[in-house]
Design a protein around this ligand. Structure first.
Ligand code: MG
Length: 445
């Protein structure tokens, strides 16, 4: 589905009358990025002349202001280009806020009182699923354990999984090498792409399973995990405690999805990700219902364009795993509303990542979820791809147990600031990379 990707970023810097600058971005996969940049300029213009402390004092109200331009609203509302542009801008405001307080973004939020977090969250159109009073109860019930959880996650890291081994089109040799490499780095959740050819998917799936289920490949000193432990129960873990997930990137109709995935039962996936159109809530609910007897769950969210879609996915019991995206949702204030709903509906949040900057963003969101909202990271896994981190001033990192390290630099805000040199090189169309490609006649149409 997502062929010929040219990983791109629509990037925004909000300048103030001091040295402080807030950075935000949203991810795209190539053409269309400049359309998002135009939309960002329109949305960000609403902030010009505002007092930053007034914006920070009520981040829920600030979010409402960003989405309230009546003419821009017409080209949404709250979906598509205008919404991901709002995501970039809202994230930049949050980045600025965190920098003024000299805390990483996650720390800024977990240090807030339950009342402040509720005030920072957008509730419009979701109060039939979650009221501010219910959100406050959730946050208050977890408030006393925040310090302890913060210490724990700083010590052990946040659980992650890898996608890089299972891309379509890789040779068996490359799949085997990348899978073994991921095992040696301590990962025990692995994802592969499916949907182009069932026989090919089965062959690749058998290969990956044969490696991740092999105790002799575990890193020295690592023991097999119990597939029936609380962490792994219901995930179809193999004898070493390894879990396989599959991702179709929306290729099927509903019945086709059920048929196809049933045919992959042998490779024991925990869930099928994005089996069908991202807007089809009942479709996902039906797929989940028909796959349940086969022990295969349903996950989606990277293309769920706002909190209302997530609300309906929860209400329709359509998903086993909630995969928020940090910049398809319109920034942190909308993400908070989905994290709180997921907690109420008992669905674990395993954020989407991998593209430019997404891994940098999402570790903050998973930390907020664990420390302040769900209180658990036992069954969660955060997507990780070792790709493009070198463009960021504060790149994310993984420890030797295959878990995300906690960002701790007080100056990093939301960790999304890019190196000036990367921006100069890769800005479209005048960056040095594109200019030299043009000279060689290699600029894509
Ligand atoms: Mg995916």
């Amino acid at each position: 589905m997502n062929t010929d990707c040219d990983y791109s970023s629509a990037y925004v810097s909000l300048c103030t009358n001091t040295d402080l600058v807030g950075h935000g971005m949203t991810f795209t996969i190539g053409r269309g990025n400049d359309i998002v940049c135009m939309a960002i300029k329109e949305v960000a213009a609403r902030l010009v002349g505002k007092d930053t402390e007034e914006l920070f004092a009520d981040m829920g109200k600030t979010w409402d202001w960003l989405v309230a331009d009546p003419q821009l609203r017409w080209i949404g509302p709250e979906k598509g280009v205008i919404h991901i542009a709002t995501g970039a801008v809202n994230n930049a405001v949050w980045d600025l806020f965190a920098r003024t307080r000299q805390k990483p973004l996650w720390k800024l939020i977990v240090d807030m009182s339950p009342e402040e977090i509720v005030r920072s969250t957008t509730f419009r159109y979701i109060t039939d699923a979650l009221t501010p009073a219910e959100a406050l109860d959730i946050l208050k019930s977890n408030d006393s354990g925040k310090k302890e959880r913060e210490q724990t996650v700083k010590q052990v890291g946040y659980p992650a999984y890898v996608t890089s081994a299972g891309w379509l089109g890789y040779s068996d040799e490359k799949i085997a090498t990348l899978t073994k490499e991921a095992i040696s780095h301590g990962f025990n959740h692995f994802k592969m792409k499916v949907g182009a050819d069932q026989a090919d998917d089965l062959r690749r799936g058998r290969l990956i399973r044969s490696l991740i289920d092999d105790p002799s490949l575990l890193p020295s000193g690592t023991k097999a995990r119990d597939p029936n432990s609380a962490e792994l129960k219901g995930k179809n873990a193999g004898p070493t405690g390894a879990v396989l997930m599959i991702d179709a990137n929306q290729v099927w109709d509903v019945e086709e999805a059920v048929e196809y995935v049933r045919g992959l039962q042998e490779i024991k996936p925990w869930f099928i990700e994005e089996p069908t159109a991202p807007d089809d809530i009942f479709g996902h609910a039906n797929i989940r219902r028909y796959l349940a007897p086969y022990g295969i769950g349903v996950a989606t969210g990277e293309h769920a364009h706002n909190r209302i879609v997530f609300k309906q996915l929860f209400q329709a019991e359509a998903i086993d795993v909630c995969q928020i995206d940090s910049c398809r949702l319109a920034g942190v204030s909308e993400v908070l509303s989905v994290l709180l709903m997921a907690k109420k509906y008992g669905v674990p949040v395993c954020p989407h990542a991998g593209g430019v900057g997404l891994c940098e963003y999402v570790i903050h969101l998973s930390l907020i979820d664990y420390i302040a909202i769900s209180g658990s990271m036992e069954r969660n896994v955060l997507e990780y791809v070792d790709h493009l981190h070198e463009h960021f001033l504060y790149p994310c990192s993984i420890n030797d147990k295959g878990r995300y390290n906690v960002p701790t630099n007080p100056l990093e805000g939301y960790s999304i600031e890019m190196h000036k040199s990367s921006i100069a090189e890769f800005s479209w169309p005048a960056g040095s990379y594109w200019m030299s490609a043009k000279e060689k006649g290699q600029v894509p149409q």
